[in-house]
Design a protein around this ligand. Sequence first.
Ligand code: BGC
Length: 246
Amino acid sequence: MTLSLGIDVGGSGIKAAIVDLATGEFTTERVRVETPQPATPDSVVAATAGLIADLGHDGPIGIGFPSPIVKGVTTLASNIDPAWVGAHAEQLFSAGLGAPVRVINDADAAGVAEARYGAAHGVEGLVVLLTLGTGIGSALLYNGVLVPNTEMGHIQVRGKDAEHRAAASVREVHDLSWHHWAERLQEVIEVIDHLFWPDLVLLGGGVSRKADKFLHFLDVRPPLRAAALENRAGIVGAATAAADRA
Ligand code: BGC
């Protein structure tokens, strides 16, 4: 059995589990700790090291992180402390965890997981995955191969970042009805569609569990599906990406 440790760093929680790469299933419980505030590099690395200490893992480690990752460096910090901008995340985590770590964008991680084990498995052509959470993340897959670091959550819709109009958090904070929120999401998908013309759009993030509440409101050109791995995707994809590099 090939095992790899996946970690998902988010604005509110850091989550981890060991993943069996043959199936994409967890072989341990998912462990979680609150993201320290402020979520500076030192505090996040220390919290992550503490979180995984008891898992006793000795193999590849991958981290999904809410920023584009260019050659190991975090380049944007929309939903995490600004001290991350320009930080060498890969070196910092590798030093703090005492082992080589691969860091990729969190939504890219989810895309890798959906392509390998989930709703994008075997899908030909262009797939856009949107992760709807605190922000909006995106993954672009062509014939199952990831084009990294797309940031569709920052596409402008009605003069605002798409994620400021239609992230799952926006629905909660502003207490929007599912219908009203879906109208906003539809506008985001329409703008993305006019730029990329995908063959399939997957909607992921924790809210994909509640797809029955909003999917039927969305009337867009490309076929639309809920992602399959829900909020496990980030962990599974980070673990997969780490093993692919190792
Ligand atoms: C970040 C992305 C991230 C997304 C979801 C956005 O604000 O810029 O890198 O994938 O949030 O966490």
